[in-house]
Design a protein around this ligand. Structure first.
Ligand code: ADP
Length: 626
């Protein structure tokens, strides 16, 4: 029979499996058992609505069989089975398996098996221990069964075979033992029992195997004989139903990895067993890193929903608020009916109670992490901080009180993280407001003249570089009674009364010059002003009214932008030589003042990160000065 070739990617992975130096080869059993369990899930789920499936819950099982003489290990299930096409698609090309894209994403080209080995590596992992694999399968409801067989990288064959029951039987022809590796072990009863308990104990279907037991011979109590009996090896208690004190970190992490295909151990595991208003178990994970598609519409939020150990929904969105959408995990409640529909769920009171409790629990855990493990929390915030800030802003600030203490913001040139609470606690007594400045990056913000001026007075400035930041702060409006002030707007109010009086006088003295400059700039600015709060920078742009320069930029980036415009004020440093120069030129050479005004305004725009409308004109002006 002609051999069919594996798809390229499958072939690569296969090569890796076959030549693997990976030390945990034993995980192949976990992978095959978990595939079998999925197949049972699928058929069982179908049986809820399909009367032609005659099996009842107790009939579903996974069976292991070790044949010492043939040196084969068999894993059988009576699940959904596979049709010919499914055998080809599922086992002929690993790229089909949902997890592979993800694996590729993370391993890039370095074909490091030790990394690969940490994923759910799936069916192919069996090639780490076998040199020939036969899969006999019959899809439920199909008239024929098929045998798929492969000896590894050079392809596979597929042909009809005899199989009465629906389901799948996988036979591994184990590799010959070597000096280092005794593959024969996988025929050993104790070894297999140990592996099942270690990796697959929580599987909710019985994993059965014939085991030898010695018992007293009937009629002769002194004599013992060994008999074979079919035993269930796993406790079948799902992980989340166990007492947290009985579950090891490795088990929690392994479960997470297998179920959610994330090879980074989670930042936090939350295991809840609640009784009372609602009775449920929840096993929740906060991932260490954001999935590559997290901030896209492709990412699906939600928790798996179980009813008494049976999954009834893959992604239940109503269990998680959007702002905690990064949490993965499941919720199991006996209070929910198996056949509940999506629409009914939305109105389910029980579900609402659970969702509320879950939100609170996640929040408390994050607050604890922030208080007790700053480094970890900052890493969490690097991954999901944007989500928290969006959450604060979303729904007209409906959740701001829940989230404001979870927010970290950058402060100062070094861009260190701070909470608002920490910022406020460090404020000198006379400081009136919580100061912030916006820009593309921390480095850009550090260059803003106003920032330097404020820091010079001994006040800290929050450096906001995410689009959402200023919107979130505006939504909060204040924190512990302190208002927020954008240092590039009229909200900046740091001058002393005496300074204010002085600058008022200077502005009055220069009113003719300033009015002339404003005329030159036309509608571009609301006013031109002298200021005393810029340290050594000659000019800056300030904004007045509700819309800051940064908000203008963000709003104009949005689809369908209406050309939002901040109201700008050009500020000239009264202490700078340029102010004196303008004053004297105003008497002698008005033309010059007009040119200088345009240049100063263009500079101020550039400093604020705004585009210059006519760069060619600017360039001509500067050259003419030279
Ligand atoms: P994954 O489990 O990550 O999807 P695998 O390589 O382990 O990848 O399996 C590929 C696919 O083959 C599975 O998604 C499933 O559709 C199918 N499959 C594997 N084992 C079985 C089985 N015992 N019964 C039915 N289908 C199976």
């Amino acid at each position: 029979m002609a051999k069919k070739q594996f798809k390229t990617e499958s072939k690569k992975l296969l090569d890796m499996m076959i030549n693997s130096i990976y030390t945990h080869k034993e995980i192949f059993l976990r992978e095959l058992i978990s595939n079998a369990s999925d197949a049972l899930d699928k058929l069982y789920f179908r049986s809820l609505t399909d009367d032609s499936i005659l099996l009842s819950r107790g009939d579903y099982a996974i069976t292991l069989f070790a044949d010492e003489a043939e040196r084969t290990l068999t894993i059988a299930d009576n699940g959904c089975g596979m049709s010919r096409e499914e055998l080809e698609n599922n086992l002929g090309t690993i790229a089909k398996s949902g997890s592979f894209d993800f694996k590729r994403e993370h391993t890039q080209e370095q074909e490091d098996i030790s990394i690969i080995g940490q994923f759910g590596v799936g069916f192919y992992s069996a090639f780490m221990v076998a040199d020939r694999i036969t899969v006999e399968s019959r899809a439920h409801g199909a008239d024929e069964a098929w045998r798929w067989e492969s000896e590894g990288a050079d392809g596979y064959t597929i042909e009809p075979c005899e199989k009465v029951e629906a389901g799948t039987v996988i036979t591994l022809h184990l590799l010959p033992d070597t000096e280092d590796e005794k593959y024969g072990e996988y025929l050993n009863e104790y070894k297999l029992r140990g592996l099942v308990r270690k990796y697959s104990d929580y599987i909710r279907y019985p994993i059965k195997m014939e085991v030898s037991e010695s018992r007293a011979v009937e009629g002769d109590e002194d004599k013992f004989e060994t008999v074979k009996t079919l035993k269930t090896l796993n406790s079948m208690v799902p992980l989340w139903k166990k007492n947290p004190s009985e579950v090891s970190e490795e088990e929690y992490h392994g479960f997470y990895r297998d179920k959610f295909f994330d090879f980074d151990p989670p930042a936090k595991v939350i295991h809840v067993r609640a009784e009372g208003l609602a009775t449920y178990e929840a096993l929740l994970y906060i991932p260490a890193k954001a999935p590559y598609n997290y901030y896209t519409t492709e990412y699906q939020r939600g928790l798996q929903l179980y009813s008494s150990g049976v999954m009834i929904m893959e992604k239940c969105e109503d269990l998680l608020p959007d702002y905690f959408g990064f949490v993965r995990g499941l919720v199991d409640s006996a209070d929910l009916s198996l056949n509940i529909s999506r629409e009914m769920l939305q109105h389910d009171r029980q579900l609402k109670v659970m969702a509320k409790a879950i939100e609170k629990r996640i929040r408390t855990e994050l607050e604890k992490m922030l208080a007790n493990d700053r480094e970890k929390y900052e890493a969490f915030f690097d991954a999901f901080g944007l989500q928290i800030k969006y959450g604060l802003y979303a729904d007209y600030g409906a959740h701001k009180d829940e989230l404001k203490n979870l927010m970290l913001l950058r402060v100062g040139k070094e861009g260190k993280y701070t909470t608002l609470g920490e910022y406020v606690s460090r404020m000198p007594e006379e400081q009136k407001a919580i100061y912030y400045a916006c820009g593309e990056t921390v480095d850009r913000i550090a260059l803003l003249p106003q920032v330097e001026a404020v820091e010079d007075r001994g006040y800290e400035v929050l450096y906001l570089s995410d689009d959402v930041d200023e919107f979130a702060l505006r939504m909060l409006d204040e924190y512990e009674g302190k208002k927020f002030a954008n240092v590039c707007t009229e909200q900046l109010d740091i001058a002393s009364d005496e300074e204010k009086e002085q600058i008022k006088q200077k502005n009055a003295d220069a009113s003719a010059l300033l009015a002339y400059m404003k005329e030159v700039l036309g509608d571009e600015v609301q006013a031109v002003r002298l200021t005393s709060t810029l340290k050594h920078h000659p000019v800056s742009l300030a904004s007045e009214g509700g819309l800051s320069v940064e908000m203008e930029k963000v709003l104009n980036k949005m689809p369908g932008a209406q050309g939002a415009k901040a109201t700008l004020v050009l500020e000239i440093n009264a202490e700078h030589a340029v102010a004196a120069k303008l004053t004297s030129l105003y008497e002698s050479d008005r033309e010059r003042v007009a040119d200088y005004t345009k240049i100063l305004y263009a500079q101020a725009r550039l400093i604020s990160g705004l585009p210059v409308d006519n760069p060619a004109e600017l360039s001509d002006l500067v050259c003419s000065l030279m």
